[in-house]
Unconditional design. Structure first.
Length: 561
């Protein structure tokens, strides 16, 4: 059977259509996330005792990575030394949240309490595994010794969470009114299958005792004692969907995690979206709360790892492995005897393969969607996926997944249309430089989060602006194919842009590569978020902290009433 005959067979068509069920980790029905995980080097970056934040945009593979890491850690366990991974999806633990500042800290404690509750529930469910107790083996040692210690520790934790006042965090203090039993208790929800009597004792609750303060040092000590009681196991908390927490609560929850876990033998691995995460907050020079990146916790970035323009071979190899593993998970026998090194080439004409790897922009989920769409878009089944199929798929994917989100915010839509008009239509390019001072602009952040702008490199300069740093961005492929602008009509060469930076001789040529202050001044004036400075004449960003706090121009720092 030829490659064309194979990919057009009913079984392959059926397998590819089933891929849509495997694109999102939380909906995937695979029996092993580790088995379908591509690029084990990324996994090895998290296989350590450091507390880490895994940063990546939606679709970058954060959830899949955390779930695969959990399986990887379990595979390494022995009867002598165990690591217990605990996956926690924060979306499932969020209470009903209000925006009132007076409830920030109380709500954060609710979330934190649910995290601790989830940890205890999973540990209880895994007691047999932790202590190497078989279903029919002798349980007397565990029941007479470990059970008593565990019950005591859980009771201590219950008491700590049943307080009337909560300690001050940074410069913000909790309400002194009684918190309504926060969530009642740390009742365990899953049975460790020991016996009815031992389960009852593990669930004993001291609800009639009250303390004046919740002591996070005591909670931390109790959890560390719990680990020691469980034969000194290491517990790795895989906390996913961090960015689903309201951003104003995130530093508070971070502070609670810091006080409780950082000095213990618990290890934190947190999945978060850049620009939608805030782990630390400063109230003034003396008061700050939250996790300090580079001190308490370290960052790992998934974005920009699989960029075709930067590393063609590595990117192709990754998506080849990703596609093969996912299809084998759907039907292992069907794809057992294929050429593993050239598997992806069975489906794509050469130019089409390059095109989809560029269009995916380093986001595995986007690649999978584009692959399914382009495969099903073929009208000539005697051919592999061709360039026209890719362009049609990228346009469809942009309209269905991204365009609608952009149009929900008029200011975001206006900015993106301005960038496309300036860079793609006028300059015939897809990559551009942006002064770093605009990288924190909330609308730029939103466009990156929506995956219609992609950061390629940070902190570069050229000889005409040695005192000014730039970031390199690219415009999403689907945004211009949806306008019937083909890649062939544009300068899409990222490496050429970087080369041009080294050789440009004229400042006007340098400006042709970038979006400068005048572009953003027009933007903030047109959306009503700018005003002219009465001193320097430049446009003040009224969202800038200097203006919001003291009515100062963010250029000359003179006061503007």
């Amino acid at each position: 059977m030829t490659d064309i005959e194979f990919i057009n067979s009913d079984k392959v068509q059926e397998a590819i259509n089933k891929l849509s069920n495997a694109i999102r980790a939380e909906r995937n029905t695979t029996d092993s996330f580790l088995k379908i995980f591509a690029d084990r080097k990324t996994l090895s970056r998290l296989d350590n005792n450091n507390n880490q934040i895994v940063y990546g945009r939606r679709g970058a593979g954060k959830s899949h990575l955390l779930l695969a890491l959990g399986e990887h850690l379990l595979e390494k366990n022995t009867e002598v030394k165990k690591v217990i991974p605990i996956y926690i999806d924060l979306r499932k633990l969020l209470p009903l949240i209000t925006e009132s500042d007076s409830t920030k800290t109380e709500t954060s404690v609710l979330i934190f309490q649910q995290v601790v509750n989830e940890i205890l529930s999973v540990l209880t469910d895994k007691l047999r595994y932790i202590f190497n107790i078989s279903e029919v083996g002798d349980k007397s040692y565990f029941e007479e010794t470990k059970k008593t210690l565990l019950s005591d520790l859980l009771n201590r934790l219950n008491i700590e969470f049943d307080g009337r006042k909560i300690r001050k965090l940074g410069a913000v203090e909790f309400s002194t009114e009684e918190i309504q039993k926060i969530t009642g208790s740390l009742e365990l929800s899953k049975s460790p299958n020991l016996s009815a009597s031992s389960l009852k004792e593990l669930k004993d609750i001291h609800s009639d005792q009250y303390i004046k303060y919740i002591s996070f040092s005591e909670i931390s000590k109790s959890l560390s004692d719990l680990s020691t009681t469980l034969d000194n196991i290491d517990i790795v908390c895989l906390i996913d969907e961090w960015s689903e927490l309201p951003i104003n609560l995130q530093p508070y929850v971070s502070e609670l995690l810091k006080r409780t876990f950082i000095a213990s033998n618990f290890i934190l691995k947190i999945g978060a979206i850049p620009y939608r995460s805030k782990f630390r907050e400063y109230f003034d020079n003396e008061n700050k709360i939250g996790l300090e990146e580079g001190g308490d916790i370290f960052s790992v970035y998934l974005d920009n790892r699989y960029i075709f323009e930067s590393d063609k071979n590595f990117t192709r190899e990754f998506y080849n492995e990703l596609l093969l593993k996912h299809l084998r998970d759907v039907d292992e026998e069907l794809f057992k005897n294929v050429d593993e090194r050239k598997f992806i080439n069975m489906f794509f004409a050469n130019q089409a393969l390059s095109e989809i790897l560029i269009a995916s922009a380093g986001i595995p989920r986007d690649f999978m969607h584009l692959f399914i769409l382009s495969f099903n878009n073929r009208t000539n089944l005697s051919l592999r996926i061709i360039l026209r199929n890719i362009r049609s798929a990228t346009s469809d994917w942009y309209v269905s997944d991204k365009k609608e989100e952009i149009e929900k915010d008029e200011s975001v839509k206006y900015l993106f249309e301005g960038i496309v008009n300036e860079i793609v239509i006028k300059k015939k390019k897809t990559h551009f430089l942006l002064p770093q001072k605009f990288s924190d602009n909330k609308y730029i952040k939103k466009l990156v989060d929506l995956r219609v702008l992609h950061i390629r490199q940070k902190g570069i300069s050229h000889k005409h602006t040695t005192n000014k740093l730039y970031d390199v961005y690219s415009v999403d492929y689907g945004s211009y194919t949806s306008l019937d602008i083909t890649k062939n009509s544009l300068d899409t060469d990222y490496t050429q842009l970087m080369q041009d930076l080294k050789t440009i001789e004229d400042v006007r040529d340098a400006r042709a590569l970038s979006l400068e202050d005048d572009f953003f001044e027009r933007f903030i004036l047109n959306i009503g978020e700018g005003k002219k400075c009465s001193h320097c004449g430049k446009t003040i960003d009224i969202n800038h902290l200097a203006y919001k706090k003291q009515s100062l121009c963010n250029h000359c720092y003179e006061k503007n009433e």
